[in-house]
Design a protein around this ligand. Structure first.
Ligand SMILES: [Zn+2]
Length: 317
């Protein structure tokens, strides 16, 4: 079966069956009410935020180490799940693989637990964080948990370390294709679907090639209960996702224009960066309607050209 057929079938299944019912205790339509039920959502170190690059402090000692991120997904350990608010890739065992550490994490070790995505219905918004006001159509969060509670006194360490990755519209993302093919099976909330156990897949595939350029700050979960115990690492290198992949993800939550939290005040927090390299820049991308318009124009020109060629050859006869 070719990929066009696969895409059509996925869209059909999503349209017929989907309409994933939002389950959980919060709604993105109603963010101003989160603090009523979850008081921490009104705290002083909330996430997400806009990073102003002119205000960050460079600390070249900040680094990150990744242990065993090149291990392929083991058949029983990784699941895709739709939790009613997003799609998550969860690691179900607590084996000590996929560990991050380094000075950016105060030398503590954090174990990978899950990754998930935030997106918007248009290409000019959807990411939770932004840098200098620029938002992206999708942001991925790789959530890690402090390895050993006893060894690291809880009062001194963030319980979670989350790596944020921005995506722009571009070519197909090989890593996310596994999610795309699993989407039709993720219409039931909280039903686990095993990751396609293709040998080459590993978490390393989703990481940027430049693991040394990032922003660091202390913040919170971006969903209730908004616990203020997250060390955020925002990568400067931007990843790509194709518009058709993005549209399939959007189509799975048709009633949700975005699952991105509104940005919060930085307050007195300092944002650090590991080097003075600027955020990777991308040329503005045409929106989907522009793309369709351009295809329409191109086809019209081509049609006119063929017609004129036909007329020309007729005259010669
Ligand atoms: Zn998130």
């Amino acid at each position: 079966m070719n990929s066009a057929w696969q895409t059509s079938i996925i869209i059909l299944v999503l349209t017929l069956v989907t309409f994933v019912k939002s389950k959980g205790h919060f709604s993105y339509d109603d963010q101003s009410n989160w603090p009523h039920e979850y008081p921490q959502c009104d705290g002083r170190r909330q996430s997400p935020i806009n990073v102003k690059s002119a205000e960050v402090i460079v600390d070249e000692d900040l680094n990150l180490q990744f242990k065993k991120y090149d291990e392929p997904f083991l058949e029983n350990n990784f699941y895709w799940v739709n939790d009613g608010h997003t799609f998550k890739l969860s690691k179900t065992d607590l084996a000590e693989t996929h560990i991050i550490s380094g000075k950016a994490l105060d030398d503590a070790q954090y174990r990978f637990r899950q990754l998930h995505v935030h997106w918007g219905s248009r290409n000019d918004y959807g990411s939770e964080h932004s840098v200098d006001g620029i938002q992206y159509p999708l942001e991925m969060h790789l959530v890690h948990q402090l390895l050993d509670y006893d060894f690291y006194p809880t009062k001194n360490y963030n319980q979670l370390a989350v790596i944020g990755l921005f995506f722009v519209v571009g070519k197909d993302n090989r890593f996310l294709q596994d999610l795309i093919l699993t989407l039709p099976y993720l219409t039931i909330v909280n039903k686990n679907m095993k990751v396609n156990a293709r040998g080459e897949n590993g978490l390393i595939d989703i990481l940027p090639s430049d693991l040394e350029s990032f922003y660091v700050y202390n913040g919170s979960l971006t969903t209730p209960p908004c616990n203020e115990t997250v060390r955020w690492i925002i990568m400067k290198e931007i990843q790509e996702i194709s518009e058709s992949q993005l549209n399939l993800i959007r189509a799975a939550f048709p009633k949700l224009p975005t699952n991105s939290r509104q940005q919060q005040q930085r307050n007195s927090r300092i944002i650090y960066t590991s080097n003075s390299k600027p955020m990777e820049k991308h040329a503005p991308l045409p929106s989907s309607s522009n793309t369709i318009y351009m295809i329409y124009i191109f086809r019209s020109i081509l049609f006119a050209l063929i017609l004129s060629m036909f007329n020309f050859s007729n005259k010669r006869l």
